[in-house]
Write a protein that binds this ligand. Structure first.
Ligand SMILES: NC(=O)c1ccc[n+]([C@@H]2O[C@H](COP(=O)([O-])OP(=O)(O)OC[C@H]3O[C@@H](n4cnc5c(N)ncnc54)[C@H](O)[C@@H]3O)[C@@H](O)[C@H]2O)c1
Ligand SMILES: [Zn+2]
Ligand SMILES: [Zn+2]
Length: 391
């Protein structure tokens, strides 16, 4: 079959690889109908995530049709139209029973690398390096999905492929951030980053009852999407002092909840930005944490900061003093998608959660290298490139 593979730092290719087969009783094989780029893939392609090998199939946000079912699978049938969570989780271990699916003890069959980095290993993720389980990704004609009863969800007829696709990762991640940050009715929420993840965090916060939601970015086409399709307020950080503006909009108090949806390749204007960039390029630090710093400084005393953006290692100039003295709650996580997907599909079916606008560029799988270039450089207003493996 044809698949999109990692070919070294900043190199993506399309090549023929072996077809997937059922390896475990609980697997299904899916015919991929739609698969899309995620900000996390940029960190991977940029060489910031360890243990990628040339020829690894990438991609983790996808939708498809079940074509083969392992003998241990109970609830899925050939022909089911399903959306699949990006993280692989067993559904039975202690973490899965707490609904902390991305922390699954069985989802990563190769936990040694991340145990070395972080002390313990989170679960595995499709197409996200041998540190995260070494699973072949979804940018392919077919993909093997382990623990299919846990990680796949049948899409209701009322929800289109274009909409359901993003329940896989962008929406579930955004929803988790708003939920686990403790968003309550009446809260003010600020979100850094207006990519798919930030937009969906903002929408989730609104559906959870937030009274005011502000989204921060510098790309005008994305801020326009936030206004039109999400219904939140926007702040352009290239022209506005974000801290002062948030204070102004919250009567001097600051947001109750701050959600960071930017990650390790954040842009920054000041000296700190140049310093972070040089250190990252010399591989002296893996991450550029400028949006996390700002979120911690902007948050109201006693508020909550949630890091959705992906980070890999230690960071510099982390404002621990502000976090401690302001009594902040600081959390982060890879997505516990299985916990939120049923609810998300219901909101999608009722038309309360729309995502079609995120798919700014739809193309055949063969054009993936072009799609990634556009997505990386945010060219032509690209928010997500969606690949169609079967035309
Ligand atoms: N926790 C998870 O499970 C999970 C899941 C999916 C994605 N992610 C991560 O979430 C982050 C966002 O993903 P995405 O797909 O939306 O990415 P994206 O690249 O499409 O969007 C990132 C946005 O951040 C903006 N930005 C850059 N610097 C900024 C700054 N200093 N302040 C405000 N905005 C800034 C960019 O202009 C861009 O619009 C990435 O780090 C990705 O790896 C995490
Ligand atoms: Zn992702
Ligand atoms: Zn588990």
């Amino acid at each position: 079959m044809r698949a999109v593979t990692w070919q070294g730092v900043n190199e993506v290719g399309v090549e023929t690889v072996p077809d997937p087969t059922i390896l475990n009783d609980h697997d299904v094989v899916l015919r991929v109908t739609r698969t899309t780029t995620c900000g996390s893939d940029l960190h991977l392609i940029g060489g910031y995530i360890p243990a990628m090998r040339t020829g690894d199939v990438i991609g983790h946000e996808f939708l498809g049709e079940v074509v083969e079912v392992g003998p241990g699978v109970r609830d899925r049938r050939v022909g089911d139209r399903v959306v699949v969570n990006s993280f692989v989780a067993c559904g039975h271990c202690w973490y899965c029973r707490q609904e902390l699916y991305s922390l699954c003890d069985n989802g990563n069959p190769d936990p040694g690398i991340t145990e070395g980095l972080w002390g313990q290993s989170p679960g595995g993720c499709f197409g996200y390096s041998h540190a995260m389980g070494g699973f072949a990704g979804s940018h392919a004609e077919y993909v093997r999905v382990p623990y299919a009863d846990v990680g796949t969800f049948v899409v209701p007829d009322e929800v289109s492929d274009d909409r359901a696709l993003f329940a896989s990762d962008a929406v579930s991640t955004g929803w988790m951030g708003a939920d686990l940050a403790g968003t309550k009715p009446g809260d003010t929420v600020a979100v850094w980053g207006a990519g798919g993840v930030g937009q969906m965090a903002a929408r989730a916060a609104m559906l959870l009852g937030a009274e005011q939601v502000h989204v921060i970015d510098r790309l005008p086409e994305r801020l326009e999407q936030v206004r039109r399709h999400v219904g939140a307020e926007v702040i352009d950080y290239s022209t506005t002092d974000v801290m002062a503006e948030l204070r102004e909009r919250t009567g001097g108090r600051g947001p109750d909840v701050c959600i960071e949806a930017v990650g390790m390749e954040a842009h920054s204007t000041g000296v700190q930005g140049v310093y972070d960039q040089v250190k990252q390029q010399l591989r002296l630090q893996t991450d550029r944490p400028s949006a996390v710093r700002e979120a911690i400084l902007a948050c109201r005393k006693g508020g909550s900061v949630f890091v959705l953006g992906v980070f890999a290692g230690p960071v510099d100039k982390f404002p621990l003093g502000a976090a401690m003295n302001k009594g902040l709650t600081l959390r982060g996580a890879q997505v516990h998608g299985q916990r939120y997907t049923p609810r998300i599909l219901e909101h999608m079916a009722r038309g309360e959660l729309v995502t079609e606008h995120l798919a700014t560029h739809v193309m055949p799988l063969e054009d993936a290298a072009r799609g990634y270039r556009m997505f990386k450089d945010k060219e032509d207003g690209c928010v997500r490139a969606v690949f169609l493996p079967h035309g």
